[in-house]
Write a protein that binds this ligand. Structure first.
Ligand SMILES: [Zn+2]
Length: 269
């Protein structure tokens, strides 16, 4: 059976950051995976001009697509200026219909970045409209509705919705390979934004190790915050050993992710 997962983010690197390990597990299980970024990422740098940065980030996304074996769609909206317009919604409906995913992931409605919040809004606004022919007259409406899930993390308050926690231990190094491809972000913009640009090691090997340690903290916080959900999936003995996790909560759309169906949508659990 042809099964498909789509990870949508506001910026090139968001799907990798929130669901890169889970994407690799889908690919290993024979699923087809698509990453989508609703902006071109052209504001994510302290010195580069927008046009030049957009091109660089397109190349970084292409590298992820090659390494992982997935398709990476990048919309040409400006970073930091995304709006939940009908035009963007219509285009995204077309992309989702054409790909026909079984599950769609995206940012939660409450998140730190305005582009993330509007992405969540836009993605949620597609859910019902996928089946409404008039919502996009170029790509035909689909009858098979996907379930939608939101990225969760240890940094944000817990949402009171059904939650799936995925142990990323066995795919951790490959997830870091995906993040490592986003050189402009991982080794330039994000450390600049965090105020520790001077901590980034000089050699490719050393900086990738540094990156892994940095992201291990974040993925560790998710594992800690959702330990009860790891126990529900893996049992206490294994769950207690899990050091890195990715976490997803059910989005309140027509076909919901639930206790009864989640193993169909996460076949590697
Ligand atoms: Zn982002």
């Amino acid at each position: 059976m042809d099964l498909r997962a789509m990870m949508i983010g506001a910026h090139p690197d968001d799907p990798e950051a929130s669901a890169g390990g889970t994407a690799l597990k889908y690919l290993d299980a024979g699923w087809t995976v698509m990453f989508v970024s609703l902006t071109n990422g052209d504001a994510g740098h302290q010195t580069m001009a927008r046009a030049e940065l957009a091109e660089r980030r397109r190349r970084e996304a292409d590298q992820v697509a090659r390494i992982a074996g997935l398709e990476y769609v990048v919309f040409d909206e400006h970073d930091g200026e995304l709006q939940p317009t009908l035009d963007v919604r219509r285009r995204l409906i077309g992309v989702i219909r054409a790909f026909a995913p079984d599950i769609v992931f995206s940012h939660p409605l409450v998140d730190y970045h305005p582009d993330h919040r509007y992405t969540s809004q836009i993605v949620m606004d597609t859910a019902y409209m996928l089946g409404v022919p008039a919502a996009n007259t170029v790509v035909p409406a689909i009858r098979k509705r996907p379930v939608y899930a939101w990225y969760a993390s240890g940094r944000m308050p817990r949402v009171d919705a059904f939650t799936v926690a995925v142990d990323t231990t066995d795919v951790w190094d490959r997830k870091i390979d995906l993040l490592d491809a986003h050189e402009s972000q991982m080794y330039e913009w994000l450390p600049f934004d965090a105020g520790d640009l001077d901590q980034v090691p000089a050699t490719p090997e050393a900086r990738k190790e540094w990156l892994s340690a940095r992201w291990r903290v974040r993925a560790g916080a998710a594992a800690t915050a959702y330990r009860d959900r790891l126990i529900a999936v893996y049992g206490r003995q294994r769950a207690d050993q899990v050091a890195t996790a990715e976490v997803f909560t059910a989005s309140p759309v027509s076909l919901q992710l639930t206790e009864a169906n989640y193993r169909d949508y996460f076949p590697f659990l």
